[in-house]
Design a protein around this ligand. Structure first.
Ligand code: CP
Length: 320
């Protein structure tokens, strides 16, 4: 595996899940695989879980790890060609990327959507430059449009907790004060479409996700109706994806607090488990009661980030 971006990159999903549970039983069994190999983790944006779980995964595999926070201590990077670099940006990404590639065997990159251009964000302009110019395998640690390490961990968690062969999984928009990217809901939709689940997406008008991610999901604009009989509720905020309202791409269109997941919402489900990728804003996305309830899976879900990252890095090391 030279690139980890989409669910298809893992090949047979059932085999990947089996591998995840095997790794979870003994996460140190592949220590020799990473000996004398280096993972470089590059962050253009903040992180808690991705930073820690991916470092831990690399260490599980016996790797050395270098972490670079691009905006704290590195030279400020220019990303556009043709720019006269007489401003505050001292280095161009086109030199920085191959230089970074010299010091490692695998590269993980986190670079969020900027919302300046939907086209640039959805073409994955930054991550594709790492793929093209680093000379090394690249895994996405949340890009402009996808967060595959999160979605793999979410799927592992659903597999662990499901009570029926084909559970009903609902992805629900919830309110948030700031404009957030669509990477988590995009990836979650992509992975749920590939998994054996009954998948429903619910959100207010204007928040339609890109059709390439929605796939075969049922879209229901009535949130309570969507929640009826659900086995898993996956809450997340996202800003306007610009599908039905291109001029509003990246904007907050709605802060309707009736979409906050509370006990009344959970009461119409099939005693559903509550999921969220974290970090979460309590009493915006979900009430204290729901996130603290025995049905909340937010901590096991975060713990499975180590497992998803270990499987992905293992596959990349095996392909070197
Ligand atoms: N869920 C997730 O990716 O968390 P961080 O942003 O803290 O890495």
């Amino acid at each position: 595996m030279r690139v980890f971006q989409n669910v298809e990159d893992l090949g047979d999903l059932k085999a990947a899940l089996r591998e995840a549970f095997e790794v979870k039983k003994n996460r140190f069994q592949y220590q020799e695989l990473g000996r004398s190999k280096t993972a470089l983790l590059i962050f253009f944006n903040n992180s808690l879980r991705t930073r820690l779980s991916t470092q831990k995964a690399a260490m599980n595999l016996g790797m050395n790890v270098i972490v670079l926070d691009v905006n704290q201590g590195a030279w400020k990077l220019e990303t556009e060609r043709g720019v006269i670099m007489d401003g505050d940006k001292s280095e161009h990404l086109l030199e920085a990327i191959p230089v970074m590639g010299c010091y490692c065997d695998l590269i993980g990159v986190r670079s969020f959507a900027t919302f300046e251009s939907r086209k640039d964000d959805y073409e994955e302009k930054i991550l594709n430059q790492f793929i093209r110019y680093s000379g090394k395998p690249v895994f996405f640690m949340e890009s402009a449009t996808v967060h595959p390490l999160q979605s793999f961990a979410d799927l592992i968690t659903i597999e662990e907790y499901k009570r029926t062969a084909r559970p009903k999984v609902v992805l629900s928009w919830a309110p948030h004060p700031k404009a957030l990217p669509q990477a988590v809901p995009n990836s979650f939709a992509q992975w749920m479409n590939a998994a054996d689940v009954d998948f429903v997406v619910t959100h207010p008008e204007g928040y339609e996700l890109d059709p390439r991610f929605v796939g075969d999901a049922r879209v229901e604009y009535d949130q309570l109706k969507a929640f009826e009989g659900a086995d898993f509720i996956y809450a997340k905020n996202w800003s306007c994806p610009g599908v039905t309202r291109p001029a509003d791409y990246g904007k907050v269109l709605n802060k309707d607090m009736s979409w906050t997941v509370d006990a009344a919402h959970m009461a119409v489900t099939n005693n559903a488990f509550f999921m969220h990728c974290l970090p979460v804003r309590r009493n915006m996305i979900v009430t204290d009661d729901v996130i603290e309830s025995p049905q909340s899976l937010v901590i096991p879900e975060a713990a499975n980030r180590e497992i998803s990252a270990t499987v992905v890095l293992k596959r990349m090391l095996e392909a070197l």
